[in-house]
Design a protein around this ligand. Sequence first.
Ligand SMILES: N[C@@H](CCC(=O)N[C@@H](CS)C(=O)NCC(=O)O)C(=O)O
Length: 216
Amino acid sequence: MEESMELYFSPLACSMSSRIAIYEAGGEAEFHCVDTRTKRVLADDSDFWALNPLGMVPVLRTEEGELLRENPAVLQYVADRFPAAGLAPAGGLERSRLQQWLNFIGTELHKGTYIPLLDEKAPAGAKDYARGKVALRLGYLDRHFQDQEFLLEKFSVADAYLVTVLNWSQASGIDLSEWPAVQAYFKRMIKRPSIARALTEEHALYAEEMERRKAA
Ligand SMILES: N[C@@H](CCC(=O)N[C@@H](CS)C(=O)NCC(=O)O)C(=O)O
């Protein structure tokens, strides 16, 4: 029997974008929940540091047993693994355009803006610095979505990543109503079946994680 890919994830974290991509493609995968505070894999209490020396999700184990890290790489692997789903352009300028968006989301939004706002350990100065970056970045997206439905011509893994990050807006103190086209995009995206399913499942897992942390 062929092995399926395995995704190490944490509920509602950036790894949710790969779950969305797998659901969107109708692909098979095993999902392993990681507590990113204790760095343990929940199901077998194994050491997550052994899978990622940085202690971060996502980590993907391919069907061949190779470990792959870094969200844009994992997302493109998933897209290429299920080519019929058309979640990434096969090559050429359009593939570079996908990478342009994945890098924008990963660096400018995820790490540069949202993480300092979300991270309770980030000092006030880091939060102010990140807050100062919100308007330019979301304004850029807002102009894009004024006449575009998706980041590319059609739904891609970049949309899966963007919706995952925008989902942290409320917790980050970012009011998306200031960017109406981004807000409309977000509201459209969360109705998409693959995204609605991933959100429902990961919200439930997140609630369990909060209970576990309270009990610890
Ligand atoms: N550069 C990494 C960043 C991944 C990342 O920030 N993961 C977060 C969740 S969204 C995480 O695991 N944080 C736990 C930690 O930093 O210890 C990637 O693109 O995969």
